[in-house]
Design a protein around this ligand. Sequence first.
Ligand code: PRP
Length: 184
Amino acid sequence: MTALNPSPTFRTLISAEDLRARIQELGARIAEDYRGKRPLLVSILKGGFVFLADLTRSMYEDHEVDFMAVSSYAGGTRSSGSVRILGDLSQSIKGRHVLLIEDIYDTGLTLLYLKNHLELREPASLKICTLLRKERAFHAGVTLDYVGFEIPDEFVVGYGLDYEEIYRNLPEIAILQLPPKTEE
Ligand code: PRP
């Protein structure tokens, strides 16, 4: 008996055009809020890399970028609840204005962990920008300073978000529907 892998289907939730327009707005607002402060934008890898790439190019105020790699989903469609730091910042953030750049706020456990962890490093300020916030019954209650889009509680891929490490390259945010596996 061999398990087949039928093709998944994708339903567009946020088009590439809508992403572009909203990120321009966010970039302009963030640049205004941080004028003269030279903030450090910290992308949370892997999912946050596409969003950061577009956000940084929409900001016409001086800022720096850095990266942290964390994992909580372990490849599947559900958060494992335990966050692992796989790669750390390249510099001290003591006294810096730090803005965390996330692709999605789902349970919020990743951002809750990161916020508590990074506060210990004594930044001048620590704020959060997430492209997507999922509407769900439970979440960790972290304050989000900038939110791109509210989305329904569906599993989404594209624009940096993956399922088992693929689909990050899709230019839009799409709802992934996996067909049930069939037996041969
Ligand atoms: C995803 C996403 C967020 C986190 C959000 O990361 O990029 O970091 O989950 O989920 P939460 O709010 O329920 O904690 P994932 O662990 O899949 O790693 P990846 O970014 O490498 O895909």
